[in-house]
Design a protein around this ligand. Structure first.
Ligand SMILES: [Zn+2]
Length: 108
């Protein structure tokens, strides 16, 4: 009996780590909705892609903070860190089975 060769999984590994956006199958963090404008150092954060400045999802994953706008653009916010996230996230941070569940829950 001969083992059939499974096709090798396609590795999406060519981007430098800084450009990799957490995807739903690798997200091992938490997220919270942030509906008001986000002001850092007196500067309002806007989405680099569409200019949205409110209605964020804030993702905390592997010591990185990512902002996701209503149009599903994601950008890393290096001025924020996990400590900031933990200070601002409510203790009753809902946990969800999957990233998609969580997005649905938050209306995204
Ligand atoms: Zn956007």
């Amino acid at each position: 009996m001969q083992a059939t060769a499974e096709p090798a999984p396609v590795m999406d590994d060519f981007l430098p780590p800084g450009l990799r956006v957490p995807s739903h199958d690798q997200l091992d963090g938490r997220m919270m909705p942030w509906t008001q404008p986000l002001v850092l150092n007196g500067e309002m954060v806007a989405c680099a892609a569409c200019g949205a400045y409110r209605d964020w999802l804030i993702l905390s994953t592997r010591d990185q903070i990512w902002l996701r706008c209503r149009a599903d653009h994601q950008q890393r916010e290096t001025r924020l860190d996990t400590a900031w996230y933990n200070r601002n996230a409510g203790p009753a941070d809902a946990t969800h089975a999957t990233f998609e569940d969580c997005l649905r829950h938050l209306g995204h």
